[in-house]
Design a protein around this ligand. Structure first.
Ligand SMILES: *Cc1c(COP(=O)(O)O)cnc(C)c1O
Length: 393
């Protein structure tokens, strides 16, 4: 097994870091779809079970294909350890169950994924954790909301769908002064465009379902961090509680990592062009994309990201009617709330992803009736623009 070289770029890391051993000379990684592993003798079994000798026991604990994905993603994120999970939500649950206890307080940015808010409000609070929501970009508000019980700060940046940017280094400093940890959901940018651990974050969360797969095939996730908290504590929870990733899904994600760098650069380039093109279209009032100099988070995003990602929002003057008309006029774009696929997706946040919150909460979050979100895929740019032009006409 080759490990990796610190000087490698993301393209090389995604393809070559921790290439699995080739038992049959296979060039592409093999899959190990097995629930358990055999031992050469009773004494060997005893040593592996006791952790005195390396080796696999059972795929809820470790599996070679899952480990290949974990090690490669850790190399790309600059993390000491990675634990792969059954989904992105399982990654967030696993992190909280592994490092928090009843009585602890979590500070969360208001604009996180809807299921994350549900998990915090409706599940974790039943186990004695308390949660406060703060404005993503307002470091003073985060500071003011800290309590002696605050153990975890949780943020998603850029936010969905308005591309709000949080200052990762400032939040990490704030967390550490208060003996708390910072977790960053890095789903939208992936390590290719942002490495939160290098900016001071303690944990990175992934929904591998999105860009890591990149073709909309499998559901999975990951928690990344240091050798103690993730390598031991999160892994220990995984071993006992079992929200693990299947070897088959791990293999799909491992193959996804091989093309991640080229795909992210392509998503990025098309989204930037689309944002600039949308600005020139009549009927488009505002475009939310941190790659535009007019975006309030532009300078910060330039500092902490190496690209602005594939997701953008834009607001139509004609409100819901214009937004739905645009969405229904597309022939290429898929009407779905998913993202991180080869296929461009289009969504009306006010009536889908943000449809179940109150009108006041929606207004406070800036989710207007005229807002449309596009997660730019890998089709040719001209075809995506032509598809949207039809509905804007
Ligand atoms: C999709 C998503 C999740 C949840 O991931 P699943 O794999 O669907 O469980 C979490 N965070 C963000 C930002 C997401 O987009």
């Amino acid at each position: 097994m080759s490990e990796f070289d610190d000087s490698w770029g993301f393209g090389t890391l995604g393809i070559r870091a921790f290439e699995p051993a080739r038992h049959e000379g296979e060039h592409s990684a093999a899959i190990h779809p097995t629930s358990s592993f055999v031992h050469s003798s009773a004494a060997h079994a005893a040593k592996v079970f006791a952790g005195e000798e390396p080796g696999n026991v059972y795929s809820r604990f470790t599996n070679p294909t899952v480990q290949a994905f974990e090690k490669r993603l850790a190399a790309m994120e600059g993390a000491e350890a990675c634990v792969a999970t059954a989904s992105g939500m399982a990654a967030i649950l696993t992190l909280c169950m592994s490092v928090l206890k009843a009585g602890d307080h979590i500070l969360v940015s208001k604009s996180v994924f809807g299921a994350t808010i549900n998990l915090f409000n409706n599940v974790l609070t039943r186990f004695g954790l308390s949660v406060t929501y703060v404005k993503l970009g307002d470091v003073a508000a985060w500071k003011a909301a800290l309590t002696p019980q605050t153990k975890l700060l949780f943020v998603e940046t850029p936010s969905n769908p308005l591309a709000g940017i949080a200052d990762i280094a400032a939040l990490a400093d704030l967390a550490h002064v208060h003996r708390a940890w910072l977790a960053v959901d890095n789903c939208f940018l992936t390590p290719v465009l942002q490495q939160p651990i290098k900016l001071g974050a303690d944990f990175v969360i992934h929904s591998a379902t999105k860009y890591l797969d990149g073709q909309g095939r499998c559901v999975g996730g990951a928690v990344l961090g240091d050798a103690q908290k993730v390598g031991k504590d999160v892994f220990g929870f995984m071993r006992s509680a079992g929200p693990c990733m299947s070897p088959f899904n791990a293999w799909v994600f491992l193959k996804g990592l091989e093309t991640l760098a080229v795909r992210m650069r392509a998503h990025n380039e098309s989204a930037q062009r689309l944002a600039e093109w949308l600005l020139t279209q009549s009927g488009v009032q505002r475009v939310f994309y941190a790659g535009l100099p007019s975006h309030p988070g532009h300078a910060l995003a330039r500092r902490q990201q190496s690209g602005f990602g594939g997701v953008l929002g834009f607001e139509l003057a004609g409100g819901r009617e214009a937004a739905w008309k645009l969405i229904d006029a597309t022939r290429l774009c898929s009407i779905t709330a998913n993202l991180g696929d080869t296929r461009t997706t289009i969504t009306h946040p006010a009536t889908t992803t943000h449809g179940r919150i109150t009108a006041e909460a929606r207004a406070a979050a800036g989710i207007t009736e005229g807002l449309v979100r596009v997660a730019v895929g890998l089709e040719d740019f001209d075809d995506i623009a032509a598809d949207l032009a039809r509905g804007l006409a």
